[in-house]
Design a protein around this ligand. Structure first.
Ligand SMILES: Cc1cc2nc3c(=O)[nH]c(=O)nc-3n(C[C@H](O)[C@H](O)[C@H](O)COP(=O)(O)OP(=O)(O)OC[C@H]3O[C@@H](n4cnc5c(N)ncnc54)[C@H](O)[C@@H]3O)c2cc1C
Length: 389
C-alpha cells in the first residue's frame, strides 16, 4: 500500500531538507544540554510544516493526515524523540480540538498563530494525582459571573514552560463535569517549572504548572461548558495516530541501524551478520516493523475516511506499535552489544525515548480497556440482534 501522492512526495523532499538543515546538525548539543529551542517552532511554522494537515483558512496546506505521516517519518530520521514530541504536542494535541470545536475568533487568535509558529501551544490534562483517570482531575474553574477563577496544578505537560497558551482541562462541576479553556500563560497567578529528571526525551520541554486565582475570561471557553470530558475522549485521536506512526518509523530506523552494524562488527573472525541467531532476530524485528506499519497506516486510512471502526483500530495501533517499537529498539541495542549502551550509535537514545510511548497519549493498559470494551459491546450487540431475530 502506497498512500502517498506526488504532493506528499514533494512535501517529503522539502521537509527532509529542512530536517537536515535545521535539526540534525544541532541534535547532539540539544540532547546533551536538555534544550528545546523556541526557534525551531518559529522555523517550522514559517515554512508551513505545522499546518500540513490543517485547513488553508487558518494558514495550513489543507492536505490530509498522510501529510502528517510524511512529516513524522522524516523527523524520526533525526533520532530526536524529545523535540519531535514537543513539536507534536504543539500541533497534534491541542490544535485539532481548537480546529474541531473552537469559535471563529478562537481559531483566528490561537490556531492561526500556532500554525505559523508565532505562538507555542500545550495540552494540559494530567495532574500530579490524575493521569489515566481524567475524571479525577482537581484543577477548578469557578464561575464568577464574567470570568472563571482557575486554581490547581498540572503535571508532565509537554511545552509546559515554553507555551504561550494551553488547552486546559478544568473541573466545572461534580463527577465528569469538566470543561476546556484556552488559557493564556501570561495570565496573572500562573507559573511553570521545568521537569528535568526524565529518563529520555531530553530535547522536549516538560513542565509542572501552577494556577493560583487565575482570572480567565468567559470567551476562553472551548466548546460547551461541562462537556470537556466528552471532548477529551473523542477529540484526541491524532495524538495516538502520531504516536503509532512515530513508533513505526523509529522501529524501522532501529532495524536499519542493527542491520548496518551486523555488517560492520566482527566476532570470532567473521561479521556478526553471519550468525544465524542474529539473522533470525532481524527477521523477527522486520516482521514487527511490517505489522506496525500495516496497523498504523490502516488506522490513518480509517481516520481519514471517518470509518466506524476508526476509534478501535487507532487504539489497537497505539497499543501494539508502542509496545513493539520499544521491543525492536531493545533487540537493536542487544545486537549492538556494549556499543549499543553507549551514545555513539543512536540506538541508546532511541531506546530511552521510545520507552515513553507506552505511557503517553493513553497507556497500553488504557488502550486495552478501550479495545476490550468495544469488543465486548460487539458481542452484546450481536446477542441483542440474535434475540430480536
Ligand atoms: C514526558 C511526558 C510528557 C507528557 N506530556 C503530557 C502532556 O503534554 N499533556 C498531558 O496532559 N499529559 C502529559 N503526560 C502525562 C501522561 O499522559 C500520563 O503520564 C499518562 O496518561 C499516565 O498517567 P499517570 O502518569 O498519572 O499514570 P496512572 O494513571 O497513575 O497509571 C499508573 C499505572 O496504572 C495503570 N492504570 C491506570 N488506570 C488503569 C485502568 N483503569 N486499568 C488498568 N490499568 C490502569 C496505567 O496504565 C499505569 O500502568 C506526559 C507524561 C510524560 C512522562
Amino acid at each position: 500500500m502506497n498512500p502517498f501522492t506526488p504532493e506528499h512526495n514533494l512535501l517529503r523532499e522539502s521537509f527532509r531538507k529542512f530536517v537536515e538543515r535545521e535539526i540534525t546538525p544541532h541534535v547532539k548539543y540539544w540532547e546533551e544540554n536538555n534544550i528545546c529551542e523556541r526557534e525551531v517552532f518559529k522555523k517550522m511554522g514559517e515554512e508551513g510544516f505545522f499546518g500540513v494537515s490543517f485547513p488553508e483558512a487558518y494558514g495550513g496546506s489543507g492536505m490530509d493526515m498522510w501529510a502528517a505521516v510524511v512529516v513524522s517519518e522524516e523527523l524520526s530520521k533525526a533520532n530526536v524523540g524529545g523535540l519531535a514530541m514537543s513539536l507534536y504536542a504543539h500541533t497534534y494535541l491541542p490544535l485539532p480540538v481548537i480546529n474541531a470545536i473552537g469559535t471563529e475568533e478562537q481559531k483566528q487568535n490561537y490556531l492561526k498563530p500556532a500554525l505559523k509558529g508565532e505562538k507555542i501551544a500545550a495540552l494540559g490534562i494530567t495532574e500530579p494525582g490524575a493521569g489515566s483517570d481524567v475524571g479525577g482531575i482537581k484543577t477548578t474553574a469557578e464561575d464568577k459571573g464574567d470570568y472563571y477563577l482557575v486554581n490547581g496544578s498540572k503535571m508532565f505537560i509537554t511545552n509546559g514552560t515554553l507555551a504561550d497558551f494551553i488547552v486546559l482541562a478544568v473541573r466545572t462541576g461534580e463527577g465528569h463535569k469538566l470543561s476546556l479553556l484556552l488559557f493564556d500563560t501570561n495570565t496573572e497567578g500562573f507559573s511553570a517549572v521545568p521537569v528535568t529528571n526524565k529518563l529520555g526525551m531530553h530535547t522536549s520541554d516538560t513542565g509542572q504548572l501552577f494556577f493560583e486565582n487565575c482570572k480567565v475570561p468567559k470567551s476562553a471557553l472551548l466548546g460547551e461548558k461541562d462537556f470537556g470530558f466528552y471532548y477529551i475522549m473523542s477529540n484526541f485521536q491524532e495524538e495516538r495516530l502520531i504516536a503509532s506512526v512515530t513508533g513505526t518509523a523509529s522501529a524501522q530506523n532501529n532495524l536499519d541501524r542493527a542491520k548496518q552494524y551486523m555488517h560492520e562488527r566482527e566476532a570470532f573472525g567473521r561479521p556478526i551478520a553471519k550468525f544465524q541467531v542474529l539473522r533470525h532476530k532481524i527477521a523477527q524485528m522486520a516482521i514487527k516493523v511490517e505489522a506496525c506499519r500495516s496497523l498504523s497506516y490502516r488506522a490513518v486510512s480509517e481516520f481519514i475516511e471517518h470509518g466506524p471502526g476508526a476509534y478501535k483500530i487507532i487504539s489497537i495501533a497505539k497499543a501494539y506499535v508502542c509496545e513493539e517499537a520499544f521491543n525492536v529498539a531493545n533487540d537493536a541495542l542487544q545486537i549492538h552489544g556494549g556499543w549499543g549502551y553507549m551514545e555513539d550509535y543512536g540506538v541508546a537514545r532511541s531506546f530511552r525515548d521510545l520507552r515513553l510511548l507506552t505511557v503517553g497519549a493513553g497507556t497500553t493498559e488504557i488502550m486495552h480497556e478501550i479495545i476490550s470494551k468495544i469488543e465486548m459491546d460487539e458481542v452484546r450487540h450481536d446477542k441483542q440482534i440474535a434475540k430480536r431475530g
